[in-house]
Design a protein around this ligand. Sequence first.
Ligand code: SAH
Length: 240
Amino acid sequence: MRYLILFCFIAAFVIGGATCSRCDQNIASEQHAMVERRVRFRGISDENVLKVMRDVPRVAFITEEHHKMAYDDVRVPTGHGQTLDRPYEDALILNTIKIKPTDNVLEVGTGSGYLAALMSRLAKNVYTIEIVPELGNRARERLAKLMYTNIEVKVGDGFLGWDEKAPFDVIILTASPATIPTPLMKQLSEGGRLLLPLGGEERFQELLLYSKKDGELVLDRRVAPTQFVPMKGKAQEGKK
Ligand code: SAH
């Protein structure tokens, strides 16, 4: 009888392990298909971007009730009325900004932490700010569990940037302001790149790429029309 129980334990362990590794394989192949169909097929060609999108498991940044949406090109709810951006949007951001291994990056709008995780594979350090405390704290825990050691998450208003960690070579906003926040302009390094969806609550936002030359922001490229969530906090002061 004792041997039978032992046998059952070992069998359960082996079968469980096999099932689990099959799950991992399924995740990897679904993720691979997502990158091919939703990202490369639509014109994203930077091999470094395609590689990180294959490597970072998007499903790990999504709550269980929405797991089925992990590999579609759709926005996924992250709670508090906020969303994880579409994979194509994240890919477009990365393909445009061209992060280098020496870059110090600031992200405004941590959300789930997924874009921060993608960027951390390409950059030296990623500093990311989230205004909703529950989202920021959850992202911090999740990123620590997944062993992303070069990301720091701060709960606060990204309008003000993160002075102690400036200057930044790259600043990315995934929440849309109506005008460019002045502290962010100041915290960008000379030669640095700023990518943001400008428009705030307007129906039409534009993803714009700027760089800093002789202390001034210069518009390099109008990348695409977009629809990100409006930036909250100070960015909305003075309205109404
Ligand atoms: N990049 C995220 C998705 C961002 S959605 C991801 O990978 O999941 C935009 C996020 O910006 C939301 O979580 C929203 O709460 C946050 N946000 C809005 N206004 C902000 C502000 N002023 N400062 C910091 N975060 C802000």
